[in-house]
Design a protein around this ligand. Structure first.
Ligand code: ZN
Length: 268
């Protein structure tokens, strides 16, 4: 999904020679939505300025047969903080959503969520970063001003109201949003939840419309954690279990599948 909202994405890419560099460059340059590409062979680093989502850029790089790992996201300007939420739930829904505060008024939200039913799904920041009862203990929509539920473009809304994301026929929602009310520093330690149904943005007659947008059951959730901005993540090997950056690319973030890569994890 191209939205015209540009960000700089830093990837670690396995590259050993100049032909790798050329292959990566030609896969990215002149692609709609890609504004600039910098490749550093010595650092195995590719920095892409693009209005495409991180997932879309990663697919372009990996289309050359080389693995790519997103290491940071930034604006090119000194940014004001970034965060990440890894979403999971009882079912097969899982995803990664990144937030980047571009300026005091602009928060960029870039994510990919898999395993959804095709169609729109409500996405909200919830008050609590508490997953002790899975997504049920996340509290209500983050609402510091005590207002009613609304849509992301409404002035009267919960700060956590991010509206809907759209899953395609393959069950994947890949999105980049920009929000003027959400601030990264206010939501670190809270949670992000994706719902089973469409958020009516507070515009329907249902009793829940002005409370939750009546977007149904909470499918998957994750705590919003502080994350690396551009060039802040120098990790090559995960010190905790010796899984390298490249091996980790194909493994779950945690759990038994981390040491044994079967079954393959979702391509996040
Ligand atoms: Zn709300």
């Amino acid at each position: 999904m191209e939205t015209g909202r540009s960000a700089k994405l830093e990837f670690a890419v396995q590259m050993t020679c100049d032909s790798c560099v050329n292959a990566v460059r030609s896969a990215l340059e002149r692609q709609p939505g890609v504004q600039a590409v910098q490749v550093d062979l010595g650092k195995e680093q590719v920095v892409v300025e693009a209005s495409l989502t991180a997932q879309e850029v990663q697919q372009l790089i990996e289309g050359t047969g080389r693995r790519a790992v997103l290491k940071g996201i930034g604006s090119g300007q000194p940014d004001l903080g970034s965060a990440v939420a890894m979403l999971s739930g009882c079912g097969l829904v899982q995803g990664v959503v990144r937030m980047l505060q571009l300026s005091p008024e602009r928060c960029l939200i870039d994510g990919t969520i898999d395993g959804l039913k095709p169609g729109p799904h409500g996405l909200h920041v919830h008050h609590l970063g508490d997953l002790t009862k899975d997504c049920l203990s996340c509290g209500e929509h983050y609402n510091p001003h005590g207002t009613r539920h609304g849509g992301p473009q409404d002035s009267e809304r919960h700060v956590g109201d991010l509206g809907n994301i759209l899953a395609g026929p393959d069950g994947r929602a890949s999105f980049r949003l920009e929000d003027t009310q959400l601030k990264v520093w206010d939501v670190i330690g809270r949670s992000l939840v994706v719902d089973a149904g469409e958020d009516d943005l507070g515009k329907a007659d249902h009793p829940l419309s002005k409370v939750t947008g009546n977007s149904g059951e909470r499918l998957a959730c994750g705590i919003i954690a502080r994350s690396a901005s551009l060039f802040q993540n120098t990790k090559k090997i995960c010190a905790c279990d010796g899984v390298t950056l490249w091996e980790e690319r194909d493994r779950p973030i945690a759990g038994k599948g981390r040491q044994n890569p079967d079954p393959p994890s979702a391509n996040l």
